[in-house]
Design a protein around this ligand. Structure first.
Ligand code: FMN
Length: 204
């Protein structure tokens, strides 16, 4: 099969990682793939600029711990709120939580790298395209990834905001966690997997 199509079809969110560091050259290759994504032009001081994003690579265990302490209470509150309304989502999260090794990190899954894609709030489409390139490049290099929406909820921690150098008009896309997968979720293998939904297509 065409290798790009194969990677696209194989990509799944990975929520369990080996405690093994990712070599810096691999991280740089992945970031470069993100940087190659298409982007909308924006006028800055009379100039049209592209590539509105910047990247922050988090490897430091202490800073990761700060991120977990900031976002885990938000995750817990959210999951608790699902108990009555979406019991199956709650059960699924709890099963994952119980199966997880200590320390239980339900937001970043103890991944060796947390990659923040940061860009202007009004350039969401461009930044999301960079994120997808990153996740596909990661898989092509033998890594797993997961887009962790909960990880953007760090604005309540001034210390984290300062370290990420987040400005008022910026938002976080991802972050994306990266690492060598412990469990590789089954590919959707097109029409065989229960979670595969046929594309809705109208031909004109
Ligand atoms: C905007 C966005 C936010 C997401 N946030 C989370 C998250 O906080 N935690 C998580 O485990 N997965 C998160 N995901 C991953 C989705 O749950 C996942 O992509 C979806 O269930 C489909 O599964 P697949 O990625 O394996 O194809 C997020 C995905 C997107 C696009």
């Amino acid at each position: 099969m065409n290798p790009v199509i194969e990677v696209i079809n194989k990509r799944r969110s990975v929520r369990s990682y080996e405690p093994k560091p990712i070599p810096r050259d691999i991280i740089n290759t992945i970031i470069e793939a993100g940087n190659q994504a298409p982007s909308q032009g924006r006028m800055v001081k009379g100039e049209i600029l592209f590539q509105p994003w910047r990247f922050v690579v988090v490897e430091d265990p202490e800073f990761k711990q700060k991120l977990v302490q900031t976002t885990l209470p938000i995750w817990k509150k959210f999951i608790e709120s699902m108990k009555e309304t979406f019991p199956e989502v709650y059960e699924k999260a709890m099963t994952l939580y119980e199966a997880m090794d200590e320390p239980k990190d339900m937001v970043y899954y103890s991944a060796p790298v947390i990659l923040f894609v940061i860009g202007p709030a009004s350039y969401a489409v461009s930044c999301a395209l960079a994120c997808e390139n990153i996740m596909l490049a990661a898989l092509s290099l033998g890594l797993g990834s997961c887009y962790v929406g909960f990880g953007m909820m760090v604005k309540g921690n001034a210390d984290v905001v300062q370290t990420l150098e987040l400005t008022d008009d910026e938002r976080i896309y991802g972050p994306i966690v990266l690492g060598y997968p412990k469990d590789i979720p089954e590919a959707r293998a097109l029409d065989q997997h229960k979670s595969y939904v046929e594309p809705k297509i109208k031909w004109i």
